[in-house]
Design a binder for this molecule. Sequence first.
Ligand code: IMP
Ligand code: MG
Length: 174
Amino acid sequence: MNSRIDVLISRDEIEKKVKELGAKITDDYKGKELIIIGLLRGSVIFMSDLIREINLPLKVDFMTVSSYGNEKYSSKEVKIIQDLSENIMGKNVIVVEDIIDSGLTLNKVLEILKIREPKSLKLAAFLNKPTRREIEVKVDYIGYNIPDEFVVGYGLDYAQMYRNLPYVGILKGE
Ligand code: IMP
Ligand code: MG
């Protein structure tokens, strides 16, 4: 039962990347009002860093959708556990996610949010595993493309643990 975590993206690299993404979003949404929607729980660390790098008036909201349970691989079914508090009709929305793997979660979330007629709807994902995609999802802001490895830290968990690691690491041997 030996598990170890190999650093994939360091704290410094994360900080630099999040600043870049925040500056890009600030640029893209000049003069517009924004609602940033975080998908709980994985996105909270990235989201809290990202919004402080966005130099615009904005609101935040959260949504919980069912995810992997305690397993490393997806159960395929995506359900809303907790919905938004804000009405997004006519608003500029950015959905923030920790990682996109198969794409099933975000695809479903987008489908649900589109029905509510936001003015615009974009996606920001800190990590992306392009080789694992099962359904196409257009991601507007990506931190890093990573290989097909199970990663933890910076909000990402394995069985709800490791979210507080300040770096992203590859979990080996769980
Ligand atoms: P998707 O629906 O397959 O794109 O899965 C996205 C969700 O799966 C993410 O929000 C994460 O919660 C979880 N996930 C996917 N890959 C990893 C990983 O490498 N580490 C931790 N969680 C992951
Ligand atoms: Mg998640």
